[in-house]
Design a protein around this ligand. Structure first.
Ligand code: AKB
Length: 320
């Protein structure tokens, strides 16, 4: 990877991935693509940025030509819960956007990474130790578009030789940019509420186990997979990866170790609960470990310390 375009660079993952790519590959070699929200701060100042809407193929091609892009990270997506209220938009961005990226990648010889998700599972998937290759009949538009996206990405690799690779992300926990509209967002919000109000009302009930991961591991995964030796990859789109699995009670108990007065209450959101119930409790990520050395570094205890430290500092400075 030398010249990289990140589509969706102001989102939860994009805002941190773009900065890490700039550190590793040089600031001027990583273009921050944005749609309506302009990049700000370090993201704006540390390298080039361009307006790139994933649904506009011509614009993607212009930017790819202008910067001689060889690798595209396509992070444009509408997350699972919002996708249920805007299914057509979710499909157009998820699949329309991906088709545009695949076609541009084919024409200009780019490698392409478009993350999939635990949302691709459902409808008969074994929920414990979920295998890499298994039944996938998701019941959300987000999930349908993720399964279709995996298939399309593999199709473009086999049919046209486009170097497509991707991971199935679990819930991603981070403290730079908030997620928006996902089912796993609660696991980010709980830390902010713990710091600000010492209390959190969970939309998912006790006993709802989901795979999760701290952002530094999520970023390493995206980059390491794109750097992996292709001869070792038996799979491409997409690899199960996970770092931890917990339910609201377990994350709350971890927070209480640092904020003893923290209280967890419940007001279950039936739509989010139904989505979470259809997703794995914990995935088997052994293929990622074997084929490209996936090795998460953060567990719940270390992540909780770091999240509370960073969010605590933001709170003291009046930033949240
Ligand atoms: C969501 O909850 O929709 C996302 C995901 C797991 O893909 N965070």
């Amino acid at each position: 990877m030398k010249n990289i375009l990140v589509i969706g660079s102001v989102g939860q993952i994009g805002s941190e991935l773009t900065l890490e790519l700039r550190k590793r590959y040089g600031s001027s070699n990583v273009v921050a693509g944005y749609r309506s929200t302009l990049p700000t701060g370090e993201l704006l100042e540390s390298g080039p940025s361009e307006r790139v809407d994933a649904t506009d193929a011509q614009r993607i091609a212009e930017v790819v030509k202008k910067y001689k892009i060889d690798t595209i990270y396509n992070l444009a997506a509408i997350l699972s819960a919002v996708g249920e209220s805007k299914p057509v938009v979710a499909w157009n961005i998820g699949i329309g956007g991906l088709m545009n990226c695949l076609e541009v990648a084919r024409e200009y010889g780019c490698a392409l990474s478009t993350p999939s998700s635990i949302g691709a599972f459902g409808g008969g998937t074994p929920l414990d130790n979920t295998p890499q290759d298994t039944i996938m009949r998701p019941q959300t538009m987000y999930g349908v578009s993720k399964v279709a996206g995996e298939l399309l990405s593999d199709y473009y690799f086999k049919r046209f030789g486009v170097d497509t690779r991707s991971v199935r992300y679990p819930g991603i926990i981070s403290n730079v940019t908030l997620p928006g509209g996902g089912t796993t967002d609660y696991a980010v919000e709980i830390y902010y509420e713990a710091v600000k109000n010492k209390k959190f009302i969970s939309p998912l009930k006790a006993g709802t186990f989901l795979d999760m991961m701290y952002m530094p591991d999520a970023i390493d995964a995206a980059i390491d997979l794109m750097e992996a030796d292709p001869s070792k990859l038996r799979h491409r789109n997409s690899f199960n990866i996970t770092a931890m699995s917990f339910d609201p009670e377990i994350i709350a108990a971890e927070i209480k170790k640092h904020i003893p007065e923290f209280e967890l209450q419940y007001n279950v959101d039936p739509m989010k609960q139904a989505i979470a119930d259809s997703w794995p409790n914990n995935m088997d990520d052994s293929c990622a470990k074997e084929e490209w050395g996936w090795n998460p570094k953060w567990d719940l205890s270390e992540m909780t310390k770091d999240m509370l430290r960073v969010i605590g500092e933001k709170h003291k400075k009046g930033l949240i």
